[in-house]
Design a protein around this ligand. Sequence first.
Ligand SMILES: CC(C)(COP(=O)(O)OP(=O)(O)OC[C@H]1O[C@@H](n2cnc3c(N)ncnc32)[C@H](O)[C@@H]1OP(=O)(O)O)[C@@H](O)C(=O)NCCC(=O)NCCS
Length: 181
Amino acid sequence: MNAPVVPWQIRLEAPADMARVEALNAESFGPGRFAKSAYRLREGVSPIAALSFVAVENDVLRGSVRFWPIKVGGHEELLLGPLAVQSSQRGHGIGIALMQAGIAAAQQGPWRSILLIGDEPYYTKVGFSRLPPGRVKFPGPVDQNRILGLSLKAGEILNLSGQVRRAQIDEAVCADGAGVG
Ligand SMILES: CC(C)(COP(=O)(O)OP(=O)(O)OC[C@H]1O[C@@H](n2cnc3c(N)ncnc32)[C@H](O)[C@@H]1OP(=O)(O)O)[C@@H](O)C(=O)NCCC(=O)NCCS
């Protein structure tokens, strides 16, 4: 069966898209987004360019997804999000298509798994499932039922455990040789 014809295209985010992506995220999540646990993990860390995708229609930005590197129990993993679709364009499959593009690209890389904090009924559509409560600990208060994971290599989310930290902080600690337990 042929795939349905859609008016938008998914492509890698380019440097010229950055301002539009930031504006879409501001509009979709509001100023409260900076206080969220996931944003603390992104602070001062760049998204992974090879996993940042946009949906565009005639050069109009319709949606965006980015992935951040994080450390879980000392291993580098991925954090999905923000994922945002222009409010007038929701419900047409753009969010799912963006995530599928990102997940397919991530499967080509060295990572074992993707984590996110979000609504399970939505993210199960692309293969995420709830982690057993208490296995990973995000900074700040997080509803355990919203911690979801996806294995990029068979069964890897079952191996996830420990503190979730910002990637760069752990790298700096390692570089100093002054790691704390
Ligand atoms: C969440 C969001 C990205 C979804 O994008 P979208 O392009 O509308 O989603 P899709 O069209 O790919 O998927 C739509 C399907 O998912 C369902 N869905 C969407 N959001 C959902 C949610 N929060 N919980 C459960 N199901 C959801 C829809 O009901 C629809 O189901 P159907 O196909 O059975 O009718 C979009 O609504 C958005 O930008 N919201 C604001 C920002 C946000 O909350 N982002 C996610 C947190 S990081």
